[in-house]
Design a protein around this ligand. Structure first.
Ligand code: NAD
Ligand code: TYD
Length: 349
C-alpha cells in the first residue's frame, strides 16, 4: 500500500523521530513534513534525510487554510500524523492564546481540510492525532491514567490539547472521519529543546548553572524514550482501531528530584568529574502555577491489542540521552543562542 503521509510538526522533538522512522522504514510512502519552524522546530534535527526521495519538507502554518488545502490537493494526502503544537506548559502559562490558536484552531483547520478533501471517501484514509496524558489532569499517590480516565486538564497547554482531542472525536462521530488518538506520557531523548526538564538540566549541569527545581521536587512524571514513542506511533498508524484511543507510557515513574540526581550523577561521571560535584547546583525555586502532582500511564491496552512495549530500560535511555547531548554541542549551541537566552532570563531570573 502506498500512502502520501502528511506529518505536521516533523521538525520538532518527537516529530523528527517519527519522520525519520517513516522515511527510513517505509520507502513506498511519501512523507510530507509540514512545520512552521518555530523556536522548537529545527531542520538540523533532520539533516540526514534531506536527500531521501520519499521525503519533502514544507515550511508553513497548520492554521493556514489555503496552504493546507493546496497541500492536500497537490500531494493527494491520504493520511495525517498530527504532531504540530505549542508544547511547553510554562510557555502556556505566560501565553495561553497562542496555545489555543495553534493547538485548537490549527487542529480544527487540518480536520476541516481533510474532511473537504477526502469528501467522505474514507477508504485507506486516516487522521492520527498525537496527544498527551496531561489532558487527564493530575493523579494522587496511587492509580494510573487509562483510556477511560475523565478529562480534567489544568494548564492552558493541557486544556488546548484536550480541546483538540475533542474536535478529533467530534469529526469521527459527526462526519465518520477515520481517526485515531494516542495520549503519551513525558518523552525524553535526542533533539529535545532545552526548555523541558531533562535537556534543560543536562545543559545546565554541563555548564555549572543552577538547576531550578520547582517546589519541593516531589512531582512525579512517567518517562518514555522518544524512539519508543515513535515505534508506538508506527504500530498505531498501521494497526490501531479506527475511532480508538491508545495510551502510551513507560511504566517508568520518577519523582523529579530523584531523576535530577540521576542526571547529575550521569553527567558528572561521563565528564570525568568527581561524584557529587554538581549536587550544589540544585536550587529550589517557586513552584509552577497549577503544577500537576503526578502523571502515570497504564498502557496495557496498547500491549494487549497491538503488542507494543517500551524497549529500553530507563538507565540505558538516560545514558544514551546524556551522551547524545554531550556529543552534539554544536546543535545545543545553535538552539540555545539568541532568543533562547531572552526566554531563559525571563523565565528563571
Ligand atoms: P516540540 O515543541 O518539540 O515540536 C513542535 C513542532 O511543531 C515544532 O517543530 C514547531 O515548529 C511545530 N509547530 C508549532 N506550531 C506550528 C504551526 N502553527 N504550524 C506548523 N508547525 C508548527 O513538541 P514535541 O515535544 O515534539 O511534541 C510533539 C507533539 O507530541 C505535540 O502535539 C505534543 O502535544 C505531543 N506530546 C509531547 C510529549 C512530550 O513529552 N514532549 C508527550 C506527549 C505528547
Ligand atoms: P516538563 O519537562 O516541563 O514537562 P511537563 O510539565 O509537561 O510534565 O517538566 C517536567 C517536570 O519537571 C514537571 O514536574 C516540572 C518540573 N520542572 C522543574 O522542576 N524545573 C524546570 O525548570 C522545568 C522546565 C520543569
Amino acid at each position: 500500500m502506498n500512502h502520501n503521509v502528511l506529518i505536521t510538526g516533523g521538525a520538532g522533538f518527537i516529530g523528527s523521530h517519527v519522520v525519520r522512522l517513516f522515511v527510513t522504514n517505509y520507502p513506498e510512502y511519501h512523507i510530507y513534513n509540514l512545520d512552521i519552524l518555530s523556536y522548537a522546530g529545527n531542520l538540523d534535527n533532520l539533516t540526514d534525510l534531506k536527500n531521501n526521495e520519499n521525503y519533502t519538507f514544507i515550511k508553513g502554518d497548520i492554521c493556514d487554510n489555503e496552504l493546507i488545502k493546496n497541500i492536500f490537493k497537490k500531494y493527494k494526502i491520504s493520511r495525517v500524523i498530527h504532531l504540530a503544537a505549542e508544547s511547553h506548559v510554562d510557555r502556556s502559562i505566560t501565553d495561553p492564546l497562542s496555545f489555543a490558536t495553534t493547538n485548537v484552531m490549527g487542529t480544527l483547520n487540518l480536520l476541516q481540510v481533510a474532511k473537504e478533501s477526502w469528501q467522505a471517501n474514507y477508504i485507506n484514509k486516516l487522521f492520527y492525532h498525537i496527544s498527551t496524558d496531561e489532558v487527564y489532569g493530575s493523579l494522587g499517590h496511587d492509580g494510573l491514567f487509562s483510556e477511560n480516565s475523565k478529562y480534567d486538564p489544568h494548564s492552558p497547554y493541557a486544556a488546548s490539547k484536550a480541546s483538540s482531542d475533542h474536535f478529533v472525536r467530534a469529526f469521527a462521530d459527526t462526519y465518520g472521519m477515520p481517526t485515531v488518538i494516542s495520549n503519551c506520557s513525558n518523552n525524553y531523548g535526542s533533539y529535545q529543546f532545552p526548555e523541558k526538564l531533562i535537556p534543560l538540566f543536562i545543559n545546565n549541569i554541563v555548564n555549572n548553572k543552577p538547576l531550578p527545581v520547582y517546589g519541593k521536587g516531589e512531582n512525579v512524571r512517567d518517562w518514555l524514550f522518544v524512539n519508543d514513542h515513535a515505534r508506538a506511533i508506527d504500530v498505531i498508524f498501521h494497526d490501531g482501531k479506527l475511532g480508538d484511543t491508545y495510551n502510551i507510557g513507560g511504566f517508568n515513574e520518577w519523582k523529579n528530584i530523584d531523576l535530577i540526581k540521576v542526571m547529575i550523577k550521569t553527567v558528572d561521571r561521563l565528564l570525568g568529574r568527581e561524584e557529587g560535584t554538581s549536587d550544589k547546583l540544585i536550587t529550589y525555586v517557586t513552584d509552577r502555577a497549577g503544577h500537576d502532582f503526578r502523571y502515570a500511564i497504564d498502557s496495557t491496552k496498547l500491549k494487549d491489542d497491538l503488542g507494543w512495549e517500551p524497549s529500553l530500560q530507563f538507565e540505558e535511555g538516560i545514558e544514551k540521552t546524556v551522551t547524545w547531548y554531550l556529543e552534539n554541542t554544536v546543535w545545543l549551541k545553535q538552539v540555545t543562542s539568541g532568543k533562547y537566552q531572552e526566554y531563559y532570563q525571563k523565565m528563571y531570573n
